[in-house]
Design a protein around this ligand. Structure first.
Ligand code: NAD
Ligand code: TYD
Length: 339
């Protein structure tokens, strides 16, 4: 296959490119990324000289650039997988503007290019957060749960989902929307819960737990997410939505405890801080469609995946130090200093 992967220098997009080229040696990939604070070419270092891979720096919301990129191809892409996004809820609370531009207008720009040039499939990589928040005893999200986003981040992703599905219905372009739960693994920028906690603990700093720490997320290893996308690309039904989840619900406080224990620290490293506004209480995924239609289940056990992740950050201190120097310090102070 010839695949356009957007957001390829980020956490999941980067893992996807590496995973895909390793498992599908006949494929070629064009990576498109704006290289925002979250994008890092080092994530793609092992494939930068690979003849099967081409990197293009650019904004998915720049219609001229996207048009030129599609125009320059001899053949249409077999798949366009849109990972590019502003992805952090806390930043969306602070500055929603760029979330609409990238997540909503950017997805629209790509869909327009696919409408004009064609593509075998357009996959819009979305999130469980579009469904909103669950109570403790509520049933898990299914693909038909009402869309009810809480943050500017999830609202911008929900808009992109609707736009993508509208292009399927109106223009009959092949589209699939995937909605995945919280990912963890290597190369995740340390603004998200797990890598931020690992980074703090590596530096003997307390971990900031929002509110009571009872908020619950469903965790999936990034490799399982990438595997699910490959299967969906092969066997998924155009016009459909697929929920992807790790079947592993944990309270944030449990994650803090796991990491503190794994990293040989003590309970005094926990610090409860002011809650996030509009903080979704719980996410939980019903993955029975993936199981029954595509025969997929997550394979990585949380304890193994978390250990592997901690080891990766321990063994890649240079990567971590680079991404936490400069602008990250200002970000951390702004978010956490007086919290
Ligand atoms: P990330 O923030 O690590 O990476 C995003 C990448 O997109 C970065 O490389 C960034 O440079 C690039 N980017 C940002 N704006 C761009 C633009 N306008 N044009 C081109 N590139 C741009 O995010 P992630 O965690 O890898 O998430 C990838 C996708 O998966 C997102 O769409 C996100 O909504 C979705 N998702 C993430 C999770 C999760 O737990 N991280 C869960 C479910 C779904
Ligand atoms: P996050 O990794 O930002 O993902 P999302 O909000 O998209 O699910 O946060 C995961 C959970 O961890 C969420 O309930 C907020 C909480 N959290 C903290 O308690 N402290 C932190 O420093 C961060 C970044 C998140």
């Amino acid at each position: 296959m010839r695949i356009l992967v957007t957001g390829a220098a980020g956490f999941i997009g980067g893992n996807y490119v590496l995973f895909r080229l390793e498992n599908y040696p006949g494929d070629t990939i064009v990576s498109l990324d704006k290289l925002t604070y979250a994008g890092n070419l080092e994530n793609l270092a092992s494939v930068m000289d690979d003849p099967r891979h081409q990197f293009v720096k650019g904004d998915i919301a720049d219609s001229n650039l996207v048009e030129e990129l599609f125009d320059a191809q001899d053949k249409r892409f077999d798949a366009v997988i849109n990972f590019a996004a502003e992805s952090h809820v806390d930043r969306s609370i602070d500055n929603p503007d760029i979330f609409l531009k990238t997540n909503t207008f950017g997805a629209f720009t790509l869909l327009e290019a696919v409408r004009r040039h064609g593509a075998g499939m357009f996959i819009q990589v979305s999130t469980d957060e579009v469904y909103g928040s669950l109570g403790l005893d509520d049933p898990s999200f299914t693909e038909t749960t009402t869309i009810d986003p809480s943050s500017p981040y999830s609202a911008s992703k929900a808009s992109a989902d609707f736009m993508a599905l509208s292009y399927y219905r109106t223009y009959q372009i092949p589209v699939i929307v995937t909605r995945c739960s919280n990912n963890y693994g290597s190369y995740q920028f340390p603004e998200k819960l797990i890598p931020l906690f690992i980074n703090n603990l590596l530096n003997d700093k307390q971990v900031p737990i929002y509110g009571s720490g009872e908020n619950t997320r469903d965790w999936i290893h990034v490799r399982d997410h990438c595997g699910a996308i490959n299967l969906i690309l092969e066997k998924g039904k155009s016009g459909d939505v697929y929920n992807i989840g790790g079947q592993c619900e944990k309270k944030n406080i449990e994650i803090a405890d796991h990491l503190i224990e794994m990293m040989g620290k003590d309970k005094s490293m926990k610090k409860f801080v002011t809650d996030r506004p509009g903080h979704d209480f719980r996410y939980s995924m019903d993955i029975s469609k993936m199981e029954s239609e595509l025969g997929w289940r997550p394979a990585v056990k949380f304890e193994d995946g978390l250990k592997e992740t901690v080891d990766w950050y321990k063994n890649n201190r240079a990567w971590l130090e680079k991404v936490t120097s400069g602008a990250y310090r200002g970000y951390y102070d702004k978010m956490y200093k007086n919290r």
